[in-house]
Design a binder for this molecule. Structure first.
Ligand SMILES: Nc1ncnc2c1ncn2[C@@H]1O[C@H](COP(=O)(O)OP(=O)(O)O)[C@@H](O)[C@H]1O
Ligand SMILES: [Mg+2]
Length: 258
């Protein structure tokens, strides 16, 4: 029996390619034959939009699903992005649900419990987190076995992830001792010296915690959300598609290694 590998894609900074990575990595894992579910946990609903869905016209939403008073979802998710890739979309009401959950004792485990029925259906579940360390991100870190932290190759990048790493340590101490993290260098511009320097620092500082795959700047990645499809089907032969496929291979290798 397969049990999903649950990975939170988290960074409290916005614009570091969390949503882009969730969609592109999810599609690449699906292409490799691993059935994958991506979950939109950001009330801004960027992932939902990138899948070509309008937040106003959803038949199911993570906002209802996580709402303590909401209706449970049927086990068959009907929102397909491509073969092997399903999405649990969301809408802006998720912000209110987060506030209501936050007042409840033990709210941290809500997402883990809600995901349990799906763990036999998907090889991977990827959680796209909002750019904050509020209740939704804490629930995601509690539900996951791994955290993938996209880091933009810019000055101060390494220092900025320290707060997130502290929170990961807290979650490990309190509820989730096996949680492990990996960093992913994103938006890398090979002609930019600052970028090169920052990547070097990340390699020195985080060594084997840093994914070897680096995601370069590629304007096609800015276009694919507007087209409502993953980069690997929108522009399958671009460098970004190759890099996200490589990332999927590397992640799968790391997560299945003993
Ligand atoms: N490798 C890349 N090359 C060029 N643009 C990118 C790349 N990755 C992400 N982007 C763009 O950067 C912006 C922020 O990315 P996004 O995935 O929404 O970040 P986050 O979810 O962390 O806020 C988006 O406009 C996205 O299209
Ligand atoms: Mg996002």
């Amino acid at each position: 029996m397969t049990v999903s590998r649950i990975v939170a894609i988290t960074n409290n900074k916005g614009g570091v390619a969390k949503t882009t990575t969730c969609m592109s990595l999810g599609a690449s894992l699906a292409e490799m034959g691993h059935r994958t579910l991506i979950v939109d946990l950001d009330p801004q609903a960027d992932l939902t939009l990138a899948a070509g869905l309008a937040a106003e016209a959803l038949t199911c939403s993570a906002a209802d699903w996580l709402d303590p008073e909401g209706t449970p979802l049927p086990l068959e998710i009907e929102t397909h992005v491509m073969t092997g890739l399903d999405i649990l979309p969301t809408d802006p009401r998720l912000a209110g649900v987060e506030r209501r959950l936050y007042d409840q004792d033990g709210y941290e485990t809500t997402l883990a419990q809600k995901l349990a029925p799906w763990r036999e259906r998907y090889a991977y579940v990827l959680l796209d987190c909002p750019p904050s360390l509020g209740g939704l991100s804490i629930m995601a870190l509690t539900a996951s076995r791994w955290v993938l932290v996209p880091v933009q190759c810019e000055y101060y990048a390494a220092r900025r992830v320290n707060r997130l790493l502290d929170v990961i340590e807290l979650v490990k101490e309190r509820t989730n001792p096996d949680l492990a993290y990996y960093l992913l260098a994103t938006l890398y511009d090979q002609r930019n010296r600052i970028c090169q320097g920052v990547l070097g620092q990340l390699q020195t500082h985080f060594s084997e915690r840093l994914m070897q795959t680096v995601i370069g700047v590629d304007t096609r990645l800015r276009e694919s959300p507007a087209a409502g499809e993953p980069i690997i089907t929108y522009a399958p032969r671009t460098r970004a598609s190759q890099q996200y496929r490589e990332l999927a291979r590397e992640l799968h290798q790391r997560l299945t290694a003993r």
